[in-house]
Design a protein around this ligand. Structure first.
Ligand SMILES: Nc1ncnc2c1ncn2[C@@H]1O[C@H](COP(=O)(O)OP(=O)(O)OP(=O)(O)O)[C@@H](O)[C@H]1O
Length: 687
């Protein structure tokens, strides 16, 4: 591989000059594409204002997607094929040379200037190697400074004499200082990441990977890829990215728009199940039982218990005639509906028609010739309606859960042999709630209501769902997410070692069963792109205690002197000093501390005149310091991290293993440097 930097003398024969010329031509072509859309006159197409509004929105989105962002290079790579790969591999692609970028750009004749990174013809940019050149003679990577193309790097994959080296441009991209929200990695997706990104829409994928292995990045790029490869289907069915909390979602929200995808929804699991206002919290034992998959069976039984097998005949009066359906026939109808695999509500909707059908059969036997309208009229008959209400009454999911948590006998009846008497006691409210409105619902209760909801009426399924930090979901939460992709597929991202809930995932196989995706492929990512080698080695000392089976992350970053562990006699003052030191470097700074330490540290920072942000607030070049409670650090990263009192982070959790896992998360947020300050003794597992 050879790297070439910008030659200031403009030589038209110089490859860099030629590449820059292609860049300006491509930008001009993109501008022309945008102008074409801007000049569209929709008055000619439709006079209907509703259609016009819809069309205008589509046009506005398209204009947005065609924007030429000065800080994102239009192309970042070039592939020279040995043989023309054929037009079926890329929109209108012909010839052997392709520039790879974030989006497709074509010239006035429709010939491609830049090929979308997701097109099949672009794939060798990420996957080809000396071992498997995939018909690529030259792979060129471009380096940019500001918006300018200033360097390129060549690999001649079929040249046996050329030594394989690591890419300097990749190294520079990984080591660049972080400011602001998460960015896309489209120019430097690694082969093992690309395999996950491009895996098909039909199958679900689960990615286990240590801190900084790119799980979040891979999940987001997979959505972008799937939207490209299955645009129409996913536009119809929808896509969703699920993250642990609002600040995390805020951190990642710009990645997909930067890749031209504006339609992907984002939510936390709590958002998905927000049927009631969450005003209360469970203690851990109650939350564990409520999150246990056995609760699904309790709810199923409780919902079904509303059906009463009829013992009285039904009499329908029409005109001068009375039609009698005996109890045993009603019972047959009810039993048949119970045995079918349909929701409680759907069966309830079907029941009046079934009864009416039986009445119609009677009419026909008596020589009448009733039609469909008669059947509908019978189904709406007051006697039939009353019977349906008695046999199959409506169920309000929230009221049902309220009763289960308030009424010991009702719970015992449906939890028999499913929950132990002690477990039942654990989840019963000390003070029964009066109404759905006044109840102090917890987050776990809302998930139970969601399950009950689905027993009554099927939850709408999307085409693809990505779940990040999945290791923290309870079995009941996995079920709630699984319902939302029951007819689609899922990408499950997580790290067993970072599970910090009392119900944290212990095995992916089990989690995937709860999700309803037992056939998902589990992939492992082991190369770390965030945390410097020395820091990850330090954090990995905790692995034997927190997740014995897992191998430590192999960092691709070598930043010597990136770890500094200091004993302090005046913690607050030393923390402030360490923040000031970190602020001398470029990039973002995170001060991470046990949640209980946050108020004291906030005060110390204010007293020292150091302005700071809360997680989720965007760091800028002016405001670069964020004060991060350990409980919100997951998934985030900062250039420099100052970690306050590890022992307090561990002690902030109900048990030691969870505490050490929380510490592991806090220790693995740094991109360039980590300073650990402690006045108390460090946890034994670290030393
Ligand atoms: N191929 C890549 N090229 C450049 N940067 C990368 C690559 N893969 C990942 N990164 C960067 O590494 C950092 C960590 O990635 P990401 O947040 O996706 O990791 P993660 O596995 O989700 O971490 P965590 O377990 O801590 O949540 C991000 O800044 C991301 O942009």
């Amino acid at each position: 591989m050879s790297t070439h930097d910008h030659d200031p003398d403009h030589d038209p024969e110089d490859p860099l000059s030629r590449e820059r010329a292609h860049l300006s031509e491509s930008r001009a072509a993109l501008r022309a594409m945008r102008e074409d859309v801007e000049n569209l006159d929709i008055k000619d197409v439709t006079a209907n204002w509703v259609n016009a509004a819809v069309l205008q929105r589509q046009i506005d989105d398209r204009i947005k997607a065609l924007a030429d962002l000065s800080h994102t290079p239009l192309f970042f790579g070039r592939l020279d094929y040995l043989h023309a790969p054929g037009a079926e591999l890329a929109e209108g692609a012909e010839g052997e040379r392709f520039y790879i970028g974030r989006r497709h750009v074509h010239d006035a004749e429709g010939d491609p200037m830049v090929i979308d990174w997701r097109a099949p013809v672009s794939q060798p940019f990420y996957r080809a190697s000396k071992k498997d050149p995939q018909d690529i003679g030259l792979r060129r990577r471009f380096g940019y400074t500001g918006g300018d193309l200033t360097a390129y790097e060549d690999e001649h994959l079929t040249d046996p004499a050329e030594a394989a080296t690591t890419s300097k441009l990749l190294q520079a991209e990984i080591e660049r200082p972080r400011v602001g929200p998460m960015r896309d990695i489209v120019a430097t997706i690694q082969p093992e990441q690309d395999e996950i990104v491009r895996s098909g829409l039909g199958g679900s994928v689960c990615v286990q990977g240590g801190p900084g292995t790119g799980k979040t990045a891979v999940g987001l790029h997979r959505v972008a890829y799937l939207l490209y490869a299955h645009r129409e289907r996913l536009a119809r069915t929808g896509t969703l990215v699920i993250g642990p909390n609002a600040s995390f979602l805020h951190y990642i929200e710009q990645v997909l728009p930067a890749l031209g995808e504006l339609e992907v929804k984002q939510a936390t699991v709590d958002d998905l199940v927000a049927h009631v206002e969450v005003k209360g919290a469970d203690d851990a034992p109650a939350a564990i039982v409520k999150g246990d998959a056995r609760m699904a069976e309790v709810l199923r039984r409780a919902v079904r218990s509303h059906v009463t097998i009829p013992t009285e005949p039904l009499v329908v009066v029409r005109g001068s005639r009375r039609w009698r359906v005996p109890a045993y026939e009603l019972e047959e109808i009810v039993r048949e509906l119970q045995e079918r695999d349909i929701r409680y509500g759907a069966a309830r909707d079907a029941l009046p028609q079934r009864i009416a059908h039986t009445v119609l059969v009677r009419m026909e036997q008596a020589g009448e010739a009733p039609d469909d309208r008669v059947q509908d009229a019978v189904a709406r008959n007051t006697a039939v309606k009353a019977a349906v209400k008695a046999i199959w009454p409506p169920v309000d999911p929230a009221k049902l859960v309220l009763r289960l948590l308030s009424d010991p006998d009702f719970l015992a009846e449906h939890a028999e042999d499913v929950l132990t008497p002690d477990e039942q006691k654990t989840i019963l409210w000390a003070k029964p709630a009066r109404s759905v409105k006044s109840a102090k619902w917890s987050a776990a209760d809302a998930v139970l209501i969601d399950e009950a909801n689905d027993l009554v009426a099927r939850t709408h399924s999307l085409g693809h769902v990505v779940i990040d930090e999945a290791q923290d979901l309870s079995p009941m939460q996995y079920r709630a997410v699984g319902r939302r992709c029951s007819t689609g597929s899922a990408t499950v991202l997580g790290d067993l070692a970072q599970g910090t809930t009392p119900w944290a995932t212990a095995s992916w196989d089990e989690a995937l069963r709860h999700l309803g995706k037992a056939d998902a492929v589990v992939e492992e990512l082991t190369a770390g792109f965030r945390v410097p080698r020395e820091v990850i080695a330090y954090a990995s000392r905790l692995l034997p205690s927190i997740s014995p089976g897992l191998a430590p992350v192999e960092s691709v970053r070598e930043t010597p002197g990136s770890l500094d562990v200091r004993l302090s006699t005046d913690l607050d003052a030393d923390v402030i000093a360490a923040c000031r030191e970190s602020l001398e470097h470029e990039g973002s700074i995170g001060l991470i501390a046990a949640d209980a330490r946050i108020p004291a540290l906030a005060e110390a920072l204010m007293a020292a005149g150091l302005p700071f942000l809360a997680p989720g607030e965007e760091t800028t070049t002016e405001s670069r310091l964020t004060l991060v409670p350990a409980s919100l650090a997951k998934g985030l990263e900062y250039d420099y991290v100052v970690l306050d009192e590890p022992a307090a982070v561990v002690d902030g959790e109900p048990d030691e293993r969870t505490g050490l896992r929380r510490l592991y998360v806090a220790l693995t947020r740094a991109v360039s440097g980590l300073t650990v300050l402690h006045a108390a003794k460090l946890p034994d597992q670290l030393t």
